[in-house]
Ligand binder design. Structure first.
Ligand code: UDP
Ligand code: MG
Length: 324
């Protein structure tokens, strides 16, 4: 620890979390004081429409260990988390949801594992309170699919709540991609990993912004970030269908030679046409999804823009920032 660098950085992306912040601060404060470690709470305001920013600034006035990063608009959770990680100065970082679904009381356990020498400590959910059966089932299926399709082992039932040591954080910061599927990136970097378990509680207050459409897109994002299997599948499917079409053509030709050609077969023609059209559209869609990603990456836009911050970033992301 140096004079201004705390031992532990807690990073919280906040989008419309005004009702949760004071409870979050109180619980974090109580827990962190008990650990006896120096700490900071890096809160990133991700374009909130309520008075999240005011609340954060009030907290900062009360306690200068609260660091406030205000993004210039809503960039989404992954970008907000990236911003927080870029500004964290601790020897280890713990991303945390603002809605208290990730209990701060687990932090001492994470720290204990870190002190044993682990670089990454995952907080694994034993149960997911306040979430529907459908959401749990779809999450489960998602992890099974993505882990089969990709070389990176993304642990099931682990959210962003985990501990990352400084070397891991530095490694993550060097990853250049713009579209950031953080769970995947956290796993991709590897390092010595341990797990601790907890029961996930329902949201403290407010509503989740994740609906099924967004979860679906998140899943597509994750898979296209970490797997090329859909592209290969598209090619295999094309090959498979071509073979079928070839066999069918042979059957038709032989049939015509042997039995003549009584003009019928409109249904079979339509079926073939529609089937092939469908397969082609799926394959094109898959290619389009990857092409879109390449397009996004080649634009090389920053992941987020900071409007103002209460702390100088370690690495200046944008000239737009001034001081709060
Ligand atoms: N969040 C964010 N930007 C967004 C959506 C969410 O910064 O566009 C934050 C939110 O404030 C919370 C965390 O991400 O701290 C998790 O969001 P939420 O609780 O809505 O997701 P869930 O727990 O349902 O996955
Ligand atoms: Mg939540």
């Amino acid at each position: 620890m140096t004079a201004n660098n705390p031992e532990v950085s807690l990073v919280v992306p906040c989008h419309n979390e005004a009702e949760n912040l004071s409870a979050l601060y109180e619980r974090v404060h109580t827990v962190m004081e008990k650990t006896g470690k120096s700490w900071e709470l890096v809160c990133v305001n991700d374009g909130s429409k309520d008075d999240t920013l005011d609340q954060l600034l009030t907290l900062r006035q009360k306690d200068s260990r609260v660091v406030v990063i205000d993004l210039s608009r809503k960039f989404g959770k992954e970008a907000a988390l990236t911003a927080g990680l870029d500004h964290a100065r601790g020897d280890c970082v713990i991303p945390l949801d603002a809605d208290l679904q990730d209990p701060p009381e687990l932090i001492p356990e994470l720290l204990a594992k870190w002190e044993e020498g682990y670089d990454v400590v995952n907080a694994v959910r034993l149960s997911r309170g306040g979430e529907s059966w459908l959401k749990r089932a779809s999450a489960h299926t998602f992890y099974r699919i993505i882990n089969r399709m990709s070389d990176v082992d993304i642990p099931a039932d682990t959210g962003d709540f985990r501990l990352l040591s400084k070397p891991v954080l530095e490694a993550i910061k060097t990853l250049p991609e713009r579209r950031r599927f953080m769970k995947g990136l956290f796993s991709w970097v590897g390092f010595r990993t341990a797990s601790v378990h907890y029961h996930r509680e329902p949201r403290y207050a407010g509503k989740t912004t994740w609906n099924y459409w967004r979860l679906w897109n998140f899943a597509v994002e994750g898979i296209t970030s970490f797997s090329q299997v859909p592209l290969q599948l598209a090619a295999h499917l094309g090959l498979f269908v071509s073979i079928l079409a070839f066999l069918y053509a042979a059957y038709l030709i032989i049939g015509t030679i042997v039995y003549g050609n009584p003009v019928k077969g409109y249904p079979s023609m339509m079926v073939t046409l529609l089937f092939l059209g469908g397969v082609q559209l799926i394959a094109l869609g898959v290619i389009g999804e990857y092409l879109g990603r390449i397009y996004e990456e080649t634009k090389r836009r920053p992941v987020y823009l900071v409007r103002s911050t209460s702390q100088k970033p370690a690495k200046i992301q944008t000239k737009l920032s001034d001081s709060l």
